[in-house]
Structure formats: C-alpha cells, structure tokens
Write a protein of this length. Structure first.
Length: 137
C-alpha cells in the first residue's frame, strides 16, 4: 500500500502521520506503542480527515522499518508534499503529537530529521542493507 500511495501513478496529496510500532509487548512496562496508537485515534477523530493516520507493525513489515531507518519504537513520521518529517523519539503525549502535526513538523522543537519520502526497496536490497549495516558497526 505504501508504494502505491506515495510512488504510484497518482501519488497521494494527503498528509499522512505514520507510526511504526510493535503490536505485542515484550514486557508490561513497554506501553508506548499502544499509547501512541490510541492518541492517534483521538487526534484523527478531532481532525476529521484533514490528516490521514496509519500504523505499521514493524515485525510484519521489515522493509518499511528499514527504509525509514526506524531504530526505536514508536517511531513517528509525518509525510507531506513528498517530504518525511521524523518526529523526535518517544513523543507519545497528545499535545506533542498534535503540535507536530499542526505545524511544528518543519523546524519546530519536535522535529528530529527531514528527508524526501524514501522509496521502497526489494528483498535483495534489504539483505544488502543488512550486510552494509553489519559491516559498518
């Protein structure tokens, strides 16, 4: 779906807020992924379609995790006008997410990085990326 949305014949013009999560907790104290998904649901209801929301279960989608270089979860990114705005890590609170979506994505205090929307890689490219990452340690 990602490839069709952002690189298909008619790329989306919608603004997207995407969070990379792990649906199943490894331990009870790691509640942040579920918390940010619930926060997104509240904001999505308030914004009434002005921004599209999605979450990606990273264990089930290794390629997207790698092309965005998501190292810590939850990993949040706003996609607007062909740019990806990576939110500072561990921003799970309502006010921080809302402010980021509402304009602090470009140069605001919650921005970590900004880059063009990454292209989807193939399985062989993913394996090469793993080798490159391993060698670079």
């Amino acid at each position: 779906m990602y490839k069709d949305l952002f690189f298909g014949p008619e790329p989306t013009k919608d603004t997207w807020y995407i969070v990379f999560i792990k649906k199943r907790r490894s331990q009870d104290q790691f509640f942040m992924c579920q918390y940010v998904v619930n926060t997104m649901r509240i904001i999505a209801d308030e914004l009434q379609g002005k921004v599209r929301f999605a979450y990606i279960n990273t264990p089930k989608n290794e390629i997207l995790k790698e092309i965005f270089d998501a190292k810590t979860l939850p990993f949040q990114v706003l996609i607007k006008d062909g740019q990806a705005y990576e939110q500072d890590m561990m921003q799970v609170l309502y006010n921080n997410i809302y402010r980021f979506i509402d304009g602090e994505y470009d140069g605001g205090q919650y921005l970590y990085d900004k880059y063009p929307v990454p292209r989807v890689i193939s399985e062989p490219e993913l394996k090469l990326k793993y080798v490159y990452n391993w060698i670079g340690k």
